[in-house]
Design a protein around this ligand. Structure first.
Ligand code: NAD
Length: 247
């Protein structure tokens, strides 16, 4: 029970990597806030499964890119749970296109959810963690933010932005007992990657030394380490989990 007594808020956790993270955290004793902008029924199903296994938590539906929604959702979570010990900024979207065909709207949408959402949540939750003098923040970057990818200039910019944001936050919050790290996943099998053309998937696979894609549960294991007491001296890091795709 590595997270006993902790409250963890994970954005974008109705499915995919976020869902695997709330399930893993709940199994380690955390009260989990399953939060998303869509798929409320799936979020409630996940909560029911966690509760029937003896865990606890709540569902909070809000858009991470909307400051007013973020502020009122976090206030509601604090009223219900009393504290937030762990924040995982996991919500993310892609709108892929080559630069010449990329609309301003698709660029803004990706930066808004991935990068601005991380900023908005961190701003309001860290205020509370500073008062608590403890906290763990884990941001979801991407291997693409480190190595780039044709067709993902908006996404790679947002994910590289998250890496820089993570390091600045680690410097601002370290003296208050709050650690801030990022995870940079490679190719993880979720709905986000299932839509990629088979040729693109094959091309990626050929570049991965471990010769396979990863399951969301493998990313959840790294998130658990970073959220736990075991990672007390780890901050400002961007940790790759990519099968060797980028080193
Ligand atoms: P996913 O699409 O399966 O899940 C993302 C979740 O975020 C969805 O439930 C979606 O509804 C939610 N979401 C989207 N916009 C939101 C908003 N504005 N507010 C709140 N929630 C919102 O994706 P995934 O593969 O599980 O990815 C999770 C995170 O990991 C993302 O940040 C993604 O960029 C990152 N990532 C994924 C991979 C991969 O290979 N799957 C690789 C690197 C990084």
């Amino acid at each position: 029970m590595r997270l006993a007594g902790k409250v963890a808020l994970v954005t974008g956790s109705a499915r995919g990597i976020g869902k695997a993270i709330v399930e893993r955290f709940a199994a380690e004793g955390a009260a989990v806030v399953i939060s998303d902008v869509a798929n409320e029924a799936a979020a409630r199903e996940t909560l029911a499964a966690i509760e029937s296994a003896g865990g606890k938590g709540m569902v909070a539906m809000f858009d991470v890119g909307d400051a007013a929604q973020v502020d009122s959702a976090v206030a509601g979570i604090l009223a219900a749970q009393g504290r937030i010990d762990i924040l995982v900024n996991n919500a993310g979207i892609t709108r892929d296109n080559l630069l010449l065909r990329m609309s301003e709207e698709d660029f803004d949408a990706v930066v808004r959810t991935n990068l601005k959402g991380t900023f908005l949540l961190t701003k309001v939750v860290s205020r509370h963690m500073i008062k608590q003098r403890s906290g763990r923040i884990v941001n979801m970057s991407s291997v693409v933010g480190m190595m780039g990818n044709a067709g993902q200039s908006n996404y790679s910019a947002a994910k590289a932005g998250i890496a820089g944001f993570t390091k600045s936050m680690a410097r601002e919050l370290g003296s208050r007992g709050v650690t801030v790290n990022a995870i940079a996943p490679g190719f993880i099998q979720t709905a986000m990657t299932a839509g990629l053309p088979e040729a693109v998937q094959k091309a990626f696979l050929q570049q991965i030394p471990l010769g396979r894609f990863a399951a969301p549960e493998e990313v959840a294991e790294l998130a658990l380490f970073l959220a736990s007491d075991a990672a007390g001296y780890v901050t400002g890091q961007v940790i790759g989990i990519n099968g060797g795709l980028y080193m």
